[in-house]
Design a protein around this ligand. Sequence first.
Ligand SMILES: [Mn+2]
Length: 203
Amino acid sequence: MMPEEVPFSFQYSVYHTSKKPNTLSGDCYFAQEYEEHVLLSIADGLGSGMEARFAAEKAVKEIEKNAHCNNPLQLLKESNRTLHGSRGSVVGIAIIDWKHRKIDYAGVGNISCLIITPEKKKHYFISNPGFLNGRKFHAVERSLPFSRGDTIILFSDGIQLPDNWEYIVAGSLSTDIIMKRIVNEMIHVNDDATLIIGKWIHT
Ligand SMILES: [Mn+2]
C-alpha cells in the first residue's frame, strides 16, 4: 500500500523589493518549512531606512528563533518583546498545518493575508490594527481551512495586486510562474514591498 502521509508538498515563492534600488528594504520576511508546519511571515518596519529595517529585522529574527512553535499569536508576543525601544513594526504570521488542513494567522497592522480556492472563493484573514513596539498589543489568532489546490497570499502594503490577480493565482501554475505574472502586471507603488504566494502541490 502506498504511504498516505505526504501526498503533497508545499511550494512557495517570494517577491521582495525596496523603495529605492540598492537600498535596504524596511520589509523583512521569514519563510520556512518544518516537519509538521510551514511558517510564512512578513514584518514591515515603521518609517523608512535604517530604523525601519532595524525593527523589521528584529521582529523577523525573533520569529525565526521561535519558529518551532506553531502558534502565530505566541510568535507575535515573542516578536513584540524584542521590539522594545525600536520604531516598531507591523507583523503578520501564518502557520500552515498540513495534518489538520488549516492555516492559523495572527497579525498586527497593515499586512494582508488571504486564501483563494481553485473556484476563486476568497477568505481573508484580519490583522488587528496597530503595530508592535514592545508595548501591550491586541491581536486575535484566526484559523481557516486550507486544502489541496488552495493558495495563500501574504503581502505588505507596498504590494498592490493587479485587477486580474485571482485568475492568475487560482489556476494550476507553479508559484514561481504565478509570481512572475503578478509582478509583471501589478502596479508598482513607491514603497518597500513583500509578497509571498504558497500552495500545496502533488509530489
Ligand atoms: Mn510598507
